[in-house]
Design a protein around this ligand. Structure first.
Ligand SMILES: [Zn+2]
Length: 226
Protein backbone atom coordinates (compact mmCIF):
# COMPACT_ATOMS: atom_id res chain seq x y z
CA UNK A 1 0.00 0.00 0.00
CA UNK A 2 2.72 2.43 1.00
CA UNK A 3 4.72 1.92 -2.19
CA UNK A 4 1.66 2.50 -4.34
CA UNK A 5 1.02 5.80 -2.57
CA UNK A 6 4.58 6.91 -3.13
CA UNK A 7 4.48 6.12 -6.80
CA UNK A 8 1.19 7.91 -7.25
CA UNK A 9 2.37 11.00 -5.49
CA UNK A 10 5.71 11.46 -7.12
CA UNK A 11 5.62 10.01 -10.57
CA UNK A 12 2.10 9.95 -11.93
CA UNK A 13 0.36 12.78 -13.71
CA UNK A 14 -2.84 10.83 -13.74
CA UNK A 15 -3.82 10.20 -10.15
CA UNK A 16 -7.37 9.05 -9.61
CA UNK A 17 -8.39 12.08 -7.62
CA UNK A 18 -11.95 13.30 -7.79
CA UNK A 19 -11.93 16.07 -5.21
CA UNK A 20 -13.54 19.25 -6.45
CA UNK A 21 -10.62 21.32 -5.20
CA UNK A 22 -8.40 19.90 -7.93
CA UNK A 23 -8.02 21.96 -11.07
CA UNK A 24 -5.89 19.27 -12.67
CA UNK A 25 -4.92 15.81 -11.54
CA UNK A 26 -1.24 16.45 -10.81
CA UNK A 27 -0.74 17.24 -7.15
CA UNK A 28 2.85 16.02 -6.93
CA UNK A 29 5.67 18.16 -5.61
CA UNK A 30 8.09 18.78 -8.51
CA UNK A 31 10.98 16.60 -7.53
CA UNK A 32 14.06 15.37 -9.37
CA UNK A 33 14.25 11.76 -10.46
CA UNK A 34 17.57 11.43 -8.66
CA UNK A 35 16.24 13.04 -5.48
CA UNK A 36 17.06 10.03 -3.36
CA UNK A 37 20.16 8.81 -5.15
CA UNK A 38 22.45 10.19 -2.44
CA UNK A 39 22.30 9.55 1.29
CA UNK A 40 20.97 12.03 3.83
CA UNK A 41 24.48 12.32 5.28
CA UNK A 42 25.84 13.38 1.90
CA UNK A 43 22.99 15.86 1.43
CA UNK A 44 23.72 17.42 4.83
CA UNK A 45 27.42 17.86 4.13
CA UNK A 46 26.72 19.42 0.71
CA UNK A 47 24.09 21.80 2.15
CA UNK A 48 26.48 22.83 4.92
CA UNK A 49 29.16 23.77 2.36
CA UNK A 50 26.68 25.70 0.22
CA UNK A 51 24.97 27.48 3.09
CA UNK A 52 28.36 28.52 4.47
CA UNK A 53 29.03 30.13 1.12
CA UNK A 54 25.73 32.04 1.23
CA UNK A 55 26.61 33.34 4.68
CA UNK A 56 30.06 34.41 3.50
CA UNK A 57 28.67 36.07 0.37
CA UNK A 58 26.30 38.20 2.43
CA UNK A 59 29.31 39.22 4.48
CA UNK A 60 29.17 37.22 7.68
CA UNK A 61 32.36 36.25 9.52
CA UNK A 62 32.15 32.50 10.00
CA UNK A 63 35.00 32.55 12.50
CA UNK A 64 32.59 34.09 15.02
CA UNK A 65 31.59 31.61 17.71
CA UNK A 66 27.89 32.24 17.22
CA UNK A 67 27.97 31.67 13.46
CA UNK A 68 30.49 28.86 13.13
CA UNK A 69 28.04 26.00 13.58
CA UNK A 70 25.19 27.51 11.60
CA UNK A 71 25.84 25.81 8.22
CA UNK A 72 25.74 22.37 9.85
CA UNK A 73 22.70 23.31 11.94
CA UNK A 74 20.78 24.49 8.90
CA UNK A 75 21.75 21.40 6.90
CA UNK A 76 20.57 19.08 9.69
CA UNK A 77 17.33 21.05 10.09
CA UNK A 78 16.58 20.97 6.35
CA UNK A 79 17.06 17.23 5.95
CA UNK A 80 15.89 15.85 9.29
CA UNK A 81 13.12 18.31 10.13
CA UNK A 82 11.61 21.03 7.99
CA UNK A 83 12.05 19.34 4.58
CA UNK A 84 11.86 15.74 5.78
CA UNK A 85 8.45 15.44 4.10
CA UNK A 86 10.16 15.31 0.69
CA UNK A 87 11.34 11.79 1.48
CA UNK A 88 8.64 9.13 0.98
CA UNK A 89 10.44 7.03 3.60
CA UNK A 90 9.09 9.51 6.15
CA UNK A 91 5.48 9.19 5.07
CA UNK A 92 3.38 8.16 8.05
CA UNK A 93 2.07 4.62 7.88
CA UNK A 94 -1.69 4.78 8.20
CA UNK A 95 -3.32 1.85 9.91
CA UNK A 96 -7.00 1.59 9.17
CA UNK A 97 -9.59 0.19 11.52
CA UNK A 98 -13.06 -1.06 10.75
CA UNK A 99 -15.79 1.42 11.58
CA UNK A 100 -17.62 -0.79 14.04
CA UNK A 101 -19.43 2.09 15.73
CA UNK A 102 -22.08 2.61 13.03
CA UNK A 103 -20.95 6.25 12.90
CA UNK A 104 -21.87 7.53 9.45
CA UNK A 105 -21.66 11.31 9.79
CA UNK A 106 -18.67 13.55 9.19
CA UNK A 107 -15.67 13.41 11.52
CA UNK A 108 -13.75 16.67 11.92
CA UNK A 109 -10.25 17.19 13.25
CA UNK A 110 -9.79 20.93 13.59
CA UNK A 111 -6.98 23.34 14.39
CA UNK A 112 -4.16 20.99 13.40
CA UNK A 113 -1.00 23.07 13.73
CA UNK A 114 0.71 23.66 10.41
CA UNK A 115 4.30 24.63 9.78
CA UNK A 116 5.37 24.66 6.18
CA UNK A 117 7.75 26.67 3.99
CA UNK A 118 7.04 28.88 1.02
CA UNK A 119 8.87 27.41 -1.97
CA UNK A 120 9.27 30.88 -3.50
CA UNK A 121 11.08 32.47 -0.56
CA UNK A 122 11.98 29.57 1.79
CA UNK A 123 10.37 31.27 4.78
CA UNK A 124 7.66 29.77 7.02
CA UNK A 125 3.99 29.32 6.33
CA UNK A 126 2.19 28.97 9.67
CA UNK A 127 -1.41 28.18 10.28
CA UNK A 128 -4.20 25.77 11.11
CA UNK A 129 -5.57 22.89 9.12
CA UNK A 130 -9.07 21.48 9.52
CA UNK A 131 -9.80 18.09 7.95
CA UNK A 132 -13.05 16.14 7.74
CA UNK A 133 -14.16 12.83 6.29
CA UNK A 134 -17.13 10.52 6.14
CA UNK A 135 -16.08 6.93 6.75
CA UNK A 136 -16.28 4.48 3.86
CA UNK A 137 -16.34 1.69 6.45
CA UNK A 138 -12.75 2.31 7.54
CA UNK A 139 -11.49 4.73 10.15
CA UNK A 140 -8.01 6.02 10.92
CA UNK A 141 -6.32 6.86 14.22
CA UNK A 142 -7.00 10.53 14.93
CA UNK A 143 -3.35 11.45 15.42
CA UNK A 144 -2.61 10.05 11.94
CA UNK A 145 -4.60 12.97 10.53
CA UNK A 146 -2.17 15.35 12.25
CA UNK A 147 0.81 13.32 11.02
CA UNK A 148 -0.36 13.40 7.40
CA UNK A 149 -0.70 17.21 7.64
CA UNK A 150 2.78 17.48 9.17
CA UNK A 151 4.34 15.24 6.53
CA UNK A 152 3.11 17.32 3.58
CA UNK A 153 3.89 20.53 5.46
CA UNK A 154 7.54 19.56 5.79
CA UNK A 155 8.36 20.49 2.22
CA UNK A 156 8.89 23.65 0.23
CA UNK A 157 5.25 24.31 -0.63
CA UNK A 158 2.59 26.52 -2.07
CA UNK A 159 -0.57 26.47 0.01
CA UNK A 160 -2.78 25.37 -2.89
CA UNK A 161 -0.69 22.28 -3.60
CA UNK A 162 -0.37 21.47 0.10
CA UNK A 163 -4.17 21.54 0.41
CA UNK A 164 -4.63 19.20 -2.53
CA UNK A 165 -1.88 16.83 -1.41
CA UNK A 166 -3.47 16.44 2.01
CA UNK A 167 -6.88 15.93 0.40
CA UNK A 168 -5.56 13.37 -2.09
CA UNK A 169 -3.68 11.46 0.59
CA UNK A 170 -6.68 11.32 2.93
CA UNK A 171 -8.83 10.19 0.02
CA UNK A 172 -6.36 7.44 -0.81
CA UNK A 173 -5.76 6.30 2.77
CA UNK A 174 -9.40 6.40 3.85
CA UNK A 175 -10.64 4.92 0.56
CA UNK A 176 -13.29 7.59 0.05
CA UNK A 177 -13.88 10.79 -1.91
CA UNK A 178 -15.78 12.25 1.04
CA UNK A 179 -12.95 14.46 2.27
CA UNK A 180 -12.64 18.12 3.21
CA UNK A 181 -9.48 20.09 3.95
CA UNK A 182 -9.41 23.77 4.94
CA UNK A 183 -6.13 25.60 5.53
CA UNK A 184 -5.89 29.04 7.09
CA UNK A 185 -2.32 30.25 7.09
CA UNK A 186 -0.01 33.20 7.27
CA UNK A 187 2.94 33.40 4.92
CA UNK A 188 5.99 35.11 6.38
CA UNK A 189 6.96 36.25 2.88
CA UNK A 190 3.78 38.34 2.89
CA UNK A 191 3.85 39.34 6.59
CA UNK A 192 7.45 40.34 7.09
CA UNK A 193 8.74 41.46 3.71
CA UNK A 194 7.47 42.62 0.33
CA UNK A 195 4.02 44.05 0.96
CA UNK A 196 4.64 43.55 4.74
CA UNK A 197 1.00 42.90 5.61
CA UNK A 198 0.84 41.14 8.95
CA UNK A 199 -2.97 41.22 9.11
CA UNK A 200 -3.81 39.19 6.02
CA UNK A 201 -4.07 35.43 5.89
CA UNK A 202 -4.74 32.89 3.17
CA UNK A 203 -7.51 30.28 3.10
CA UNK A 204 -7.56 27.30 0.73
CA UNK A 205 -10.08 24.46 0.58
CA UNK A 206 -10.51 20.97 -0.83
CA UNK A 207 -14.02 19.53 -0.90
CA UNK A 208 -14.52 16.03 -2.30
CA UNK A 209 -17.43 13.64 -2.78
CA UNK A 210 -20.37 14.18 -0.43
CA UNK A 211 -18.40 16.88 1.41
CA UNK A 212 -18.57 19.06 -1.69
CA UNK A 213 -22.37 19.39 -1.38
CA UNK A 214 -23.52 22.86 -0.29
CA UNK A 215 -25.39 21.59 2.78
CA UNK A 216 -22.39 19.55 3.96
CA UNK A 217 -20.04 22.49 3.46
CA UNK A 218 -22.44 24.67 5.46
CA UNK A 219 -22.60 22.05 8.22
CA UNK A 220 -18.80 21.79 8.31
CA UNK A 221 -18.38 25.56 8.45
CA UNK A 222 -20.90 25.70 11.27
CA UNK A 223 -18.73 23.36 13.38
CA UNK A 224 -15.52 25.19 12.49
CA UNK A 225 -16.39 28.86 12.38
CA UNK A 226 -19.52 29.46 14.46
ZN1 LIG B 1 6.71 33.33 -0.50
Amino acid sequence: MKDIHQETEFFSNDTAITGQGLINSNVATPIREDAFAVSNEEKKSRIAVLFKEIMEVIGLDLSDDSLRGTPQRVAKMYIEEIFSGLDPANKPASTLFLNTYSYNQMLIEKNITLYSYCEHHFVPIMGKVHVAYISSGKVIGLSKLNRIVQYFGRRPQVQERLTNQIGAELSSVLETDDIAVIIEAKHLCVCSRGVADDASSTTTVYYGGRLSAADKIAELHNYLFR
